[in-house]
Design a protein around this ligand. Structure first.
Ligand code: ZN
Length: 246
């Protein structure tokens, strides 16, 4: 049944979208891809970067993993199979993207599992908790700074702080830091609230996520941004000193 839906969808795509965009597909096939943006999103079925941004094939290079996380660079590189890092490397070094967007989201199961720790159903899985440990320090700081706040609020804070943490981790890759310093690459920490259909972006000046309302957005990291501005601890401290928003 579930597969029927997919095959019907592909049939519709082939007869509709594909035919209507034949020129685009021909161009992409003959000239190759040249996306200017890498989006690192969550594997969550509700948060599809292409649909959220209404982009066309060829517009965005996309990595989706558990909780939209980026691990720190492995220096020197080892023989482990770093899938997310390999995709980032190809987008940055191979395709010369101009923007990298970390797209976190509300109600993220991977972040909830990280917050719940040993009490999570995922605690006994083979790979999940090792992966989400990328943001374990962020979780620990959030639990400490937001002690006494409702679990949902802590999960939301970790969702946002983890996106900032992933941007900080991007800067540990030398070929990313070099391109940022040269003004060729800009990094963004975004958070999509699927409950209200609103996008937010981390503003390094105020250390909070601002609602994106128009066609302008403040980059999280661009040439000249101090690394101290993108410490996730700043966001958590700001959230801790504010009245709960919900
Ligand atoms: Zn998620």
């Amino acid at each position: 049944m579930a597969l029927d839906r997919l095959l019907k969808g592909f049939s519709d795509f082939r007869l509709g979208y594909y035919r209507e965009h034949l020129d685009l597909f021909e161009k992409l096939a003959t000239e190759g891809q040249s996306p200017k943006i890498l989006i690192i999103g969550c594997a969550d079925a509700r948060v599809d970067p292409g649909i959220l941004t209404q982009t066309r094939p060829g517009d965005i290079f996309t990595v989706r993993n558990i909780a939209a996380m980026v691990p720190p660079a492995q220096i020197p590189p080892d023989q482990a199979q770093h899938g997310t890092s390999a995709a980032i490397e190809y987008a940055v070094r191979g395709l010369d993207v101009e923007h990298v967007v970390i797209l976190g989201h509300a109600l993220c199961g991977g972040i909830a599992a990280l917050v719940d720790g040993a009490t999570s159903a995922a605690a006994s899985y083979d790979y999940l908790s090792t992966w989400t440990a990328i943001a374990r320090t962020v979780r620990d700081v959030a639990v400490h700074d937001l002690a006494g706040r409702p679990r949902d609020e802590i999960v939301r804070a970790v969702e946002q702080a983890s996106a900032v943490n992933s941007v900080a981790n991007l800067m540990t890759f030398p070929w990313i830091a070099e391109r940022v310093a040269a003004g060729k690459l800009v990094l963004h920490a975004w958070w999509f609230n699927l409950v209200e259909g609103q996008l937010y972006a981390f503003n390094p000046d105020t250390a909070v996520f601002d609602a994106v309302t128009g066609l302008e957005v403040t980059p999280t990291v661009q040439r000249g941004t101090k690394l101290s501005a993108i410490k996730p601890e700043r966001l958590l401290l700001t959230l801790a000193n504010k009245q709960p928003a919900f």
